[in-house]
Design a binder for this molecule. Structure first.
Ligand code: SAH
Length: 255
């Protein structure tokens, strides 16, 4: 695999196209990666696949590329969304980065009864996702949704998309897996047999977990599968990474 730097460019890509770079991308190529005029680069825009390109112009603060040939056709990620309640800044950043690496199609921050923060730095999330996609050889960026209340998200939920509800607690410890109030089934088992073409979303709660009312509503919905990630309580960011890993192995493009 090529080690030429990879950049996401929000512009149409075709052979011979001239692409001016943003200040940030120019800084990254010229100062961080120490590339200069004539050096090869790879570019993608989320629509046209990956292309080879060359630095056609480099000055102190600006740079431009000339696009060469297509090197990979466009390829998407599986239709998986991550719904999560933002936690502290560094951990939220980690969730956005790892979700991008692990191949989610959409990142959907939600506020829940116990969410500590109902504001997100949308541009910061986009910058983190761009960098992670460039690094990880993805050919697209995950869509980053505006933060929304969980209740509203559920009100407008598309019924064909299953919600894998990561629920660490069961109200009745003695109750078997599943049921209205018992513990969720182990996630890998709950996904088998699973139709891999069915759109899915993973739902992770805040550090304080979900409120009883939220759990009750979620568990009453037909398209919700409550699952456990084992007997230990994981931090939200660990739970997100673990659940995405299980889904990609059982239903996604790791199969
Ligand atoms: N209610 C807990 C902690 C919540 S952990 C408490 O304060 O004790 C944050 C989120 O990670 C949870 O809402 C859940 O979505 C997910 N999570 C953590 N450990 C989990 C497990 N063992 N099984 C399923 N989900 C888990």
């Amino acid at each position: 695999m090529s080690t030429d730097p990879r950049l996401f460019i929000d512009a149409p890509l075709s052979a011979g196209a001239a692409v001016p770079l943003s200040r940030e991308d120019a800084h990254y190529l010229l100062n961080v990666m120490r590339r200069g005029e004539g050096d090869p680069v790879r570019v993608f825009n989320g629509r046209d696949g990956e292309w080879s390109a060359q630095i056609s112009h480099a000055s102190k603060k600006a740079a431009a590329l000339t696009v060469g040939a297509q090197t990979r056709p466009q390829l998407g990620v599986p239709d998986l969304w991550l719904l999560f309640a933002p936690v502290k800044r560094q951990k939220t950043d980690l969730i956005v980065e790892k979700a991008t690496e692990l191949g989610v199609a959409a990142i959907c921050p939600v506020t829940t009864a116990r969410t500590q923060s109902d504001r997100i730095k949308y541009e910061r999330f986009q910058a983190i996702a761009k960098e992670a996609a460039e690094q990880t050889e993805r050919l697209d960026l995950p869509e980053i949704r505006d933060i929304e209340k969980l209740d509203r998200v559920l009100d407008a939920w598309p019924a064909d998309r299953v919600i894998i509800f990561c629920d660490e607690s069961g109200d009745e410890a003695g109750e078997a897996w599943g049921g209205a109030r018992g513990r969720g089934r182990p996630m890998a088992a709950a996904l088998t047999p699973f139709d891999p073409s069915r759109p899915a979303a993973i739902l992770i709660g805040p550090e304080g977990g979900f409120s009883p009312a939220e759990r009750e509503r979620l568990r009453a919905l037909d398209h919700v599968i409550p699952v456990t990630l084992g007997p230990r309580i994981l931090r939200a960011e660990t739970a997100a990474i673990a659940a995405l890993t299980i889904w990609q192995s059982a239903c996604g493009d790791w199969r």
